[in-house]
Structures are given as C-alpha cells and as structure tokens.
Design a protein around this ligand. Structure first.
Ligand SMILES: Nc1nc2c(ncn2[C@@H]2O[C@H](COP(=O)(O)OP(=O)(O)OP(=O)(O)O)[C@@H](O)[C@H]2O)c(=O)[nH]1
Ligand SMILES: [Mg+2]
Length: 390
C-alpha cells in the first residue's frame, strides 16, 4: 500500500494531483482544510493492482476432470490475501486516527474542564465504570471546585446505589441464598439466623438445607440448627422445595441454603427455575463476593435476572482490592444491597447495607491501596467518549 498527502488550493486540484500520482484506484483516507488550502490523504494498494494485471487466464482455469470442489485458484487466493491485508492496514490506520482524535479530545477536556478530568481520574482509581463516571461528572453544576466536585460525585454514587435496610431481621421473610460456589451463602445464612435469634428468639425461625451437592453441607446445617435450637428441613430433592415451603407458612423467617455452582452450569439454571416456581412467597437473594471481578459479577447478575432477585448481599468486603467495580455493577443492574459481610466471624461480621457508607468505603480503599489510574488508558477511554459525543 502506498499513502500520499497532497495540499492544493481547492479539493478539485488536490484530487486531480492524487489521481495523476496514484491512478483511478486511489482511496481518500481523510481531508482537512488548512491555511494553505485543502490537505488530502489518499492510499492505493499497488500489490492488488499488480496481481490483477499480471494474472494469466491459464492460472484461473480449473481442470475439467476435477471431480471434487476445486481449491480457489492461486491468483484469486493471492488477491483475497492482498485485499485482507489492505483491510487490516485500513483498520490499523482507523485505530491510529481514533487514538489521535481521542488524545485531542482529552487534551481539550483537560484545558477546558480540569476539575472534571481530575474527578474522572479519581473515579477510575476507585474502580467506577467508565460510563457511570462520565455520567456523574456530566451532572456537575458549572464552576464547582475539586472539593465540591468530590462531594457531588460521592453523593451521586450513593444516591444511585439502592439499599433495602434491615428488612429481614426486622420483619422476616422467606429467603433463598443463591450464587456461585464459595461466595459465602451458608455463612451469611448462619449470621442472619444467629442475629434473628438474638433479637426475636428461636420460635419463628426455620432453616432449609437444600444443598445436597457439596459434601458436608447438610451436616453443617444440622449442626447449626442444633446449636441454635431451630428445626432444619431437608427437601427430598431440590425440585421438591415448593411443597416443602408450603408447609412452612407459620414461620416468620425461613432461610434456605442452596448449592453453589458456576452460573454457566445448566444445573444452576434448572435450580433457578425451581426457585422461580416458589414466587411470590420465596425471595431469591443473590450472594455476591465483593472481591470478585466486576465482569464476573455482571455475568452472575445477568444470569440470575430470570428469578428477579429483590436484593443482593455483598460478602468478602474485607478481601476486595477495589469496590467501585462491584458498586457500578449493582447500580447498572438497579439491584439493591441488603446486607454486607466483611469477615468470617458469625454473627459479628454482618451489617445492613448503607449506601453512603459503601461508597465512602470504596473511596477509602482506593486511597489506602494507592490505586493510580493509567494516564494512557484514561485518555483512550474518556477521550474516545468525548470525541464520540462531539
Ligand atoms: N474473608 C471473608 N471470608 C468469608 C466471608 N464470608 C464467608 N467467608 C468464608 O468463605 C468461605 C466459603 O463460605 P461458605 O459460606 O461456605 O460459602 P458458600 O457460598 O456457602 O459455598 P458453597 O456452598 O460451597 O457454594 C468460608 O471459609 C467462609 O468462612 C467474608 O465476608 N469475608
Ligand atoms: Mg454453602
């Protein structure tokens, strides 16, 4: 491929000069008006042109006795390869051009709105998703300084993050804890059961052990029931859960332990269908480990959306290196948080979720971990967005 740039007083003259130099196959890549007239950048693929003109008819013929589907003739294959190479080069050029435009847009944004740019950097360091960060900064009233901007974005994030309050421990419910393996479902159930007993006594509580998959899961639930003095109910099969729950109408709080599985596992979908059949009595609650990567959290949330979880519980807050990604995923999904857990101790490490507290914790975590946004990444992300919006 050959690329040339021509400057001429007007477009007609520039195009003529390009045609004379590169021929009729020239492709215009860009044009812009400058002080000296019009600058046009064009390219032509010489290899393709040469191949076309030198291809001999004999090379393109297929022997008539060939019984099976013939392979593409060599000249045609070469032309294909050449066209593909040209396509790739054009893609590379386009990417380079986009990067440059993003850089220009970012520089312009830095010059005109230094506070916005600083806030975007800080939100990225917290782990807040790019579109959400851009949206928050876009909502700022004109003329705010950095300290005011910080308060606005923290307040904005905590307004978007929904929480349920201490609902189950106050008034009870029928809750099934669902989620991936090892995220802390059973531990969370145990913490809530103990807290309930401390507040209301054991009378109105029932535990359901429907995890028949993990070795020892049933024993664990029976041991918990014995310790707390509450009955533990075991369905014959997971599919028998709706009948079992129908018999537990009198209890004010029913906590159901379910087996963990990869959310891509077909078994997981089948169990969700059973839980869906228990609606509206049963409330599926999604247990998410805050230490999980935001993309994986988003996938789990999307897969579990079929049972319309009314809330989620965030566990392993103490293990998370960053919280902004998890909070962004919850905000995107409009999924309220009910309780959070930041340790293994039963029942100490459990608290009802409070939005401002969670956002402040995310900010603090970014500060203590010394998270530093990659300048190049910022420029590409937000510059591209700014350029796309112009
Ligand atoms: N650091 C920390 N560990 C936790 C927390 N919650 C649970 N764990 C630990 O995580 C491990 C798994 O917890 P489980 O409650 O068994 O998780 P699960 O989701 O029931 O696991 P499966 O039933 O196997 O899918 C245990 O060692 C818990 O003590 C937490 O908030 N922080
Ligand atoms: Mg478990």
């Amino acid at each position: 491929m050959k690329i040339v740039r021509h400057t001429a007083p007007d477009m007609r003259q520039a195009l003529r000069a390009i045609r004379e130099q590169l021929g009729e196959d020239a492709v215009i890549l860009s044009s812009r008006r400058g002080a000296k007239g019009v600058e046009v950048t064009a390219a032509v693929d010489f290899d393709a042109a040469r191949l076309d003109s030198t291809a001999k008819p004999a090379e393109l013929r297929v022997a008539p006795e060939t019984a099976f589907a013939p392979a593409p003739p060599p000249a045609a294959a070469a032309t294909d390869a050449s066209a593909e190479a040209m396509g790739n080069e054009l893609k590379t050029l386009r990417r380079m051009l986009e990067t440059q435009l993003a850089q220009l847009a970012w520089n312009e944004r830095t010059r005109r709105h230094p506070v916005h740019v600083e806030l975007l950097r800080e939100l990225s360091e917290i782990g807040v998703a790019q579109d959400l960060a851009d949206h928050l900064v876009g909502q700022l009233p004109p003329g705010v300084d950095l300290a005011q901007g910080r308060r606005f974005t923290v307040a904005g994030l905590s307004q978007y993050l929904q929480v349920t309050g201490d609902r189950w421990l106050d008034s009870g419910g029928c809750v099934a804890f669902i989620g991936a393996t090892g995220v802390g479902k059973t531990t969370m159930l145990a913490k809530l059961a103990v807290r309930w007993i401390l507040r209301h006594g054991p009378k109105d509580l029932a535990l359901v052990a429907s995890d028949t998959v993990r070795i020892g899961a049933q024993d664990q639930m029976h041991a918990l029931g014995q310790l707390l003095g509450v009955p533990v109910h075991v369905p014959e099969r997971f599919e028998a859960l709706p009948q079992l729950l129908a018999g537990l109408n009198r209890q004010r709080l029913v906590l159901i332990d379910t087996p963990g599985a990869s959310v891509r596992d077909a078994q997981f979908d089948a169990r969700l269908a059973v839980l869906g059949a228990c609606a509206p009595r049963l409330e599926p609650a999604l247990v998410l480990a805050a230490s999980t990567q935001a993309g994986a959290l988003e996938e789990t949330i999307a897969r579990c959306a079929v049972v319309k979880p009314a809330s989620c519980l965030l566990t392993k807050m103490d293990e998370a290196a960053s919280l902004g990604g998890a909070l962004s995923a919850l905000i995107h999904a409009r999924l309220p948080v009910s309780y959070v857990s930041d340790g293994q101790r039963v029942p100490e490490d459990l608290r009802p979720a409070r939005a401002l507290e969670l956002v402040t914790q995310a900010v603090r975590l970014a500060k203590t971990s010394g998270a530093a946004a990659d300048e190049d990444l910022l420029r590409r992300r937000f510059g591209k967005l700014a350029h796309a919006n112009t």
